[in-house]
Each structure stands twice: as structure tokens, then as C-alpha cells.
Design a protein around this ligand. Structure first.
Ligand code: GDP
Ligand code: ZN
Length: 368
């Protein structure tokens, strides 16, 4: 398969050209299974592991390769496991805080141009959750569109679209149904050669069904491929990158299906937050005080908008909740960074002591 069909473009070519030449070849990560990677390249698919050096240098969960990454891998014999020696700099990275208690970043998908945030017209419908997904996508640096699936389950999808419009200002909202065929052409109009589109959303909203629909073949098993993860819960384990074929040589683009993200926590510097709550940021610029917390300050434009019914209380509350979560994450991240720094300086001191013992000098006295 040509690299172009996998999403390769001039941007990645320039990164590749800047790399010092070795025997490694370029591949894109299409699947990840606990430390094993499935790669696709010009000469077909290979299984790979990462080099000891990459593993050693990885300081965060998202320093390791993930689906969508372009990697340099070397392979010695045919049928051998390839070794990933480099990850090309990501153009975009969809990153979330890992599920569970540990503070770490987890890569959901790399080098994605557009993200379809999928929700459905039934019990999953929740504008607050969509806000969180959008913040995650802005943070990634990718474009976003909302896909409201299972439109066949309601008589009229318009009230739901109206509700989404309140939270997704200037973001396309596409109502579709894989059952009735509604919205297919509109969805397909987002495909383009070398463009990578990822699907995110809770499990069961129909992501795999929509991927199959666009791919025009049964690529992903729909529903029910479940396996116990390491906490004994059931999770859908597929996570795939699917190049779409066309009759010409360029392909129709690339789709990435991601497993449902139940525990969705933000990871990033908050830029995504202000992007998805641009209306609140805009109002806040008219507050009398620059550091207005929009609680009971005089001249607060945000509260005035709530009183006048221009801004819903729920939206302001959702903004506050995300903002608190962001601050909390930042503090936790600072704490783990400081701990890493302390450990490092301890190691440096031990090493200096060892060195002075070898040199026959007295040991350094630790400060503090
Ligand atoms: P995923 O977990 O998000 O990948 O969801 P799946 O694609 O596995 O779909 C979950 C279920 O929803 C399956 O039983 C699908 O057949 C069903 N489904 C998908 N799209 C539609 C739709 O447009 N309408 C209806 N009624 N059901 C759908
Ligand atoms: Zn204010």
C-alpha cells in the first residue's frame, strides 16, 4: 500500500527527510495490543515492538507510540518482529488522562486531522459530555464535528440538534442514521485523500457501524468484541486505523476507531477549555475586574448574561467543573514533576559521591 493511502503527506515527508538515514523504514501504527504494535507500510503489515532506548526514554504514557503515529522501524529477516526506533513528531495528539488513579497521559490517537465526536439520540445523549470531548479535541489541535447518530430512533432530531448547538458554537453537527441512511452523503463529504479522521464517543453510540458505513465493508466487528482488561472490566479492545481505498492511487483518507472512553479526563494546558467555552471567555472580557471569578463580583458580565438568560446556568456550571478539573490536574502534574526532580537530584548526588570516592575525595554534603 502506498504511504499516501495511509495518510502520508509533505509535512511528514519533511520530518522524515530531516532524520539521519539508517536501515529503518517508515510505517504507520494501525493497532496496539499491550506493547505490541501492528504497523502498515509500503511493503505490507508487520508486527513490532519498541526499542529498549525508546522505552527507556519514555517519561510519560504518551511518549510511547500509539495508533496513528508514524514510526521508523527496522526489520531484519522476513517474518521477524520489527523494532520501532523512532516516532516522528506528531502533528496532533488526542491525549487523555489515564483511567484510574495514576496521573499519566494516555495517547488516544495521533496525527488526526478531524475528530467526529459521536453521540446517539437515545440514552447516551448528553451535551455536557460532548463539551468534554470537544475540549479534548481542541487540545489535540484537530478540527471537530459532532455526529448525532441513531436519528431513526426519534421522530424528530431537531430538538436534540438545537440543544447541541448551545454547547457547540460554530461546530458542524451532522444528524445521521446507519439504519435509514440519513446523513451519509454529508458525513462522507468530510473524507479527503491523506486526511485522517478519528471517531470518539461512548461505547454503543455506533462508532464502528459508522466506520464500516464509510469504508463500505465489514472492517470492524460491531458491538460485542469484548475482553477483560487488567482491572477485570469489560472493554472493547479494537482500536484500528483503516485506510479507505478508491479506484485511483490516492485513497479516500484514513479512519481511526477508538474504544469508548468512559472515564474521560482532560489532559493539557487549558487552551482547549477556553476554545470550547469561547462564549464565556468572550463575556469574561467585559467583566469589570480582570481576575473576576464570576461569583458575586460587581460588574460581572458572565453573571449578567446568566440573569438575562443569554447564558445557561448549566453551561456556566459545566465550565466551572471543567476548570476545577483542569486546575486539579495541573497541581497533580506539578507534584509528580517535583517528585521526579527530587529523585533525579538524589541520583545525581549519589553518583557524585561515588565519583569522589573513586577520586579519593571527601563526599559532598547534601543540602537541605
Ligand atoms: P460503538 O461501540 O460506538 O462502536 O458502537 P457499535 O457500532 O458497535 O454499535 C452499537 C449498537 O448500535 C449496534 O447494535 C448497532 O447495530 C447499533 N447502531 C449503530 N448505528 C445505529 C443507528 O443508526 N440506528 C440504530 N437504531 N442502531 C444503530
Ligand atoms: Zn465576571
Amino acid at each position: 500500500m502506498s504511504l499516501e493511502k495511509l495518510g502520508w503527506n509533505e509535512y511528514f515527508q519533511s520530518l522524515w527527510d530531516a532524520r539521519s538515514p539508517d536501515d529503518a523504514r517508515i510505517f504507520r501504527v494501525t493497532e496496539e495490543h499491550r506493547g505490541r504494535y501492528k504497523l502498515a507500510g509500503e511493503h505490507g503489515d508487520v508486527w513490532a515492538e519498541i526499542s529498549g532506548r525508546l522505552r527507556h526514554e519514555a517519561f510519560r504514557g504518551d511518549s510511547l507510540p500509539g495508533v496513528g503515529d508514524w514510526v521508523a522501524a527496522s526489520q531484519h529477516g522476513d517474518g521477524d518482529i520489527a523494532i520501532i526506533v523512532d516516532i516522528l513528531d506528531r502533528r496532533t495528539a488526542l491525549v487523555r488522562q489515564t483511567a484510574g488513579k495514576r496521573t499519566d497521559a494516555q495517547l488516544v490517537a495521533a496525527n488526526v486531522d478531524l475528530v467526529f465526536v459521536v453521540t446517539s439520540c437515545n440514552e447516551d445523549f448528553n451535551p455536557r459530555r460532548i463539551e468534554r470531548y470537544m475540549a479534548l479535541v481542541w487540545e489535540a489541535g484537530a478540527d471537530v464535528a459532532i455526529v448525532l447518530n441513531k436519528a431513526d430512533l426519534v421522530d424528530d432530531a431537531q430538538p436534540l440538534i438545537d440543544e447541541l448547538e448551545q454547547v457547540a458554537i460554530a461546530v458542524p453537527i451532522i444528524a445521521v442514521s446507519a439504519v435509514s441512511g440519513r446523513g451519509f452523503d454529508e458525513l462522507a463529504s468530510y473524507l479527503a485523500p491523506t486526511k485522517t479522521i478519528a471517531f470518539v464517543g461512548s461505547s454503543g453510540v455506533g462508532k464502528s457501524t459508522l466506520v464500516n458505513w464509510l469504508a463500505g465493508r465489514e472492517t470492524m466487528a460491531v458491538g460485542e468484541i469484548r475482553e477483560d482488561d487488567d482491572r477485570g472490566r469489560h472493554t472493547t479492545t479494537h482500536r484500528q486505523l483503516i485506510p479507505l481505498n478508491d479506484d485511483g492511487g490516492h485513497g479516500r483518507g484514513v479512519l481511526i476507531d477508538t474504544p469508548g472512553m468512559r472515564e474521560l479526563q482532560l489532559w493539557g494546558d487549558g487552551e482547549g477549555l477556553s476554545h470550547s467555552f469561547g462564549d464565556i471567555e468572550e463575556l469574561a472580557r467585559h467583566c469589570r475586574f480582570r481576575d473576576c471569578a464570576h461569583t458575586s463580583e460587581p460588574g460581572c458580565a458572565v453573571n449578567a448574561a446568566v440573569i438575562e438568560g443569554e447564558l445557561s446556568e448549566e453551561r456556566l456550571a459545566a465550565f466551572r467543573k471543567l476548570e476545577r478539573e483542569q486546575h486539579w490536574m495541573e497541581n497533580r502534574r506539578d507534584a509528580s514533576f517535583k517528585q521526579a526532580q527530587r529523585q533525579l537530584s538524589k541520583r545525581i548526588r549519589r553518583w557524585q559521591d561515588l565519583k569522589s570516592r573513586l577520586d579519593g575525595k571527601p563526599p559532598t554534603t547534601p543540602k537541605g
